[in-house]
Design a protein around this ligand. Structure first.
Ligand code: CU
Length: 163
């Protein structure tokens, strides 16, 4: 029950973010929300093969980080990200453009309890594991980041190059 309510609230918070970014209202909001989420490509298709990339989310020497923090993929490639939180704190994986993650991180400062459970974003508990299946349909440079306040700022982000 509590989780359902939390998730609903998260959705509302996410919509507010998009409104702030795109400056749109009404019916255009849902469309903008999708565009926001899918800037880095499209959700994957579980019926087609995927290359597995294991990503660790952790803390070390007072820093929070992803290992690895640089990934190269081919355009059109489907990746199954296996997210393993080996740290002591909760962490997030959010796949978007650098600019979007920066704006989203700002919003997270205001709504620190905003949890993500989206095709391109997931929160993972300590010792927990989750997966994101993603198809990189656009060339360019994208970013995966933990948007939990303090984490993003301490460098918890990585780069994905789509060639
Ligand atoms: Cu984190």
């Amino acid at each position: 029950m509590r989780k359902t309510m939390l998730r609903r609230w998260t959705t509302i918070a996410c919509f507010s973010l998009v409104a702030a970014i795109a400056g749109v209202a009404g019916a255009g909001l849902a469309r903008a929300h999708d565009a926001e989420h899918y800037a880095a490509g499209a959700p994957g298709d579980p019926k087609t093969p995927a290359r597995v990339i294991e990503l660790r989310m952790t803390e070390a020497d007072g820093k929070m980080l992803f290992q690895p923090d640089r990934i190269e993929v081919r355009r059109g490639e489907q990746i199954r990200f296996v997210l393993k939180n080996t740290g002591a704190l909760e962490h997030e994986f959010m796949l978007a453009t650098k600019a979007e993650n920066a704006k989203h991180a700002e919003l997270m400062q205001k709504y620190p309890d905003m949890e993500h459970d989206d095709p391109n974003g997931r929160r993972v508990k300590p010792n927990g594991e989750s997966q994101i299946l993603w198809r990189f349909t656009k060339p360019g440079e994208f970013e995966f980041a933990c948007l939990i306040p303090g984490h993003y700022e301490s460098g918890m982000r990585g780069t994905i190059i789509v060639k």
